[in-house]
Design a protein around this ligand. Structure first.
Ligand code: CTP
Length: 411
């Protein structure tokens, strides 16, 4: 998670029962390498203590006692000045109202007024309070001033009532924080299409032919592209993963559906990163009803499934009038190989008309399908080859996205 490494995050915690979840958020941010300075309002201190946050961040947590204590000179300005992002989470209706109207009666709201960094707010309040015209007006004012919002979600409140006002879960809020920090990055304003997961080819209404792709590398690529500020469309075959916050997901099942989605989404996109494990073969016949044991063991005849990258390559070559506009500027493929890694990857780089191919040796137990790590070699159309050491799939994704950004700059 290099986007959070050494980032200075100010976390203002206000008086909601969801304040305990802010401790989890502070912990997650710290584990991801961020420097987290927490400010508690007097109401937040009724729910959680500064010690809770100090224990997970390893840094002092501030309260109004510090504001009036006289030890720190202009503490409110100092905290706001050094920060990359101010996160107000959970944000009560009261704090939203104060922020909207410039009221500054505690260290958190004074800091919000003094801060010059981006502000992200995650509201938490009981049913009715968020929908109230007064709160809605305050939200509008803050949005108009460029404040970002995460949530609130719909669901069950601590009161037992159900409605809109729930604090977003810390893992999701972390995604919003990454998204906000990524704005203005190298891929800002650029549409990047990423594919992920293994396609499923139906045999009958309950059975499919598929492969062992977990989708982890593709999802990590989508996250890395978001971290770089890209506008990300994730064309996803079925996986068990949660999509990164900010990605628009187009769910597909078969190779045919993936081809259609990729062709439609790559129109006008800056780049296509084809990490999905797309079926090469599919059953020629799809049974309308479930195949029954009593009918004997079926003989399954296969036929070729569409090759998505070849379909994209043919549009890139300008086959047919009007097709040129479909061409993504950069196309990156993956090569999953169990032998002759570089030779096979080189021929795919050429035959699929790619700008870059990420070759990975799926025979190694610590790389490729299912595991969290990968060892890849990047091969470029201009003949360059870069071998990367064994690393996490998220780090490999960041490396690929760095090279993608460089290719977009030079081509
Ligand atoms: N790919 C594709 N459509 C397919 C199969 C693969 O677009 N029907 C893409 C993959 O997403 C990947 C690249 O092509 O980016 C190479 O995939 P890989 O499975 O390594 O190679 P194949 O093209 O399937 O060739 P082979 O079976 O000979 O290894």
């Amino acid at each position: 998670m290099s986007i959070l490494t050494s980032k200075h995050i100010l976390l203002a915690v206000t008086g909601s029962i969801a304040a305990y979840k802010a401790a989890d958020l502070a912990s997650k941010l710290t584990q991801a390498g961020a420097l987290v300075d927490v400010i508690l309002t007097p109401a937040a201190e009724k729910f959680v203590t500064p010690l809770t946050f100090q224990s997970v961040t390893g840094r002092k947590a501030f309260t109004d006692a510090d504001l009036w204590g006289g030890e720190a000179h202009v503490l409110h300005v100092g905290l706001g000045q050094g920060a990359d992002l101010l996160v107000v989470a959970p944000a009560t209706a009261n704090t939203l109202a104060k922020m909207a109207h410039g009221l500054a009666d505690n260290l958190a709201t004074i800091t919000a007024l003094a801060a010059r960094c981006p502000i992200l707010v995650a509201p938490a309040m009981d049913v009715g309070m968020f929908e109230h015209p007064a709160t809605q007006e305050n939200v509008r004012i803050l949005c108009g001033r460029g404040v970002y919002f995460a949530g609130p979600d719909e669901g069950r409140m601590a009161s037992g009532l159900v409605g809109r006002g729930r604090f977003v879960e810390p893992a999701e809020l972390l995604g919003h924080i990454r998204l906000t920090l990524g704005f203005g990055g190298k891929l800002a304003g650029k549409k990047i299409v990423v594919t992920a997961g293994g396609t499923q080819e139906p045999l009958d209404p309950v059975r499919v032919l598929t492969n062992r792709s977990s989708g982890k590398q593709g999802y990590a690529l989508a996250q890395a592209a978001l971290d770089a500020g890209g506008t990300v469309v994730l064309v996803a075959a079925p996986t068990a993963l949660t999509p990164p916050v900010g990605a628009r997901v187009v769910a597909v099942r078969t190779a045919e559906e993936m081809k259609e989605a990729v062709l439609a989404e790559s129109a006008g996109a800056e780049a296509l990163v084809m990490a999905a494990a797309v079926a090469d073969f599919r059953p020629k016949q799809v049974a309308g009803n479930k195949l029954k044991k009593r009918d004997g063991i079926p003989q399954i005849e296969l036929e070729a499934a569409p090759d998505v990258l070849l379909a994209v390559a043919s549009t890139r070559l300008g086959a047919g009038a009007g097709m040129r506009s479909r061409k993504p500027r950069i196309v990156i493929g993956f090569a999953a190989e169990s032998r002759d890694l570089i030779g096979n990857a080189e021929s795919k780089l050429q035959s699929k008309n790619l700008d870059m191919i990420v070759a990975n040796d799926i025979s190694a137990p610590d790389a490729g399908f299912g595991v969290d790590t990968n060892r890849v070699t990047l091969l470029f159309a201009d003949g360059r080859k870069i071998s990367l050491p064994l690393m996490g799939k998220d780090e490999a994704a960041e490396a690929v996205i760095e090279h993608l950004a460089a290719l977009l700059e030079t081509q």
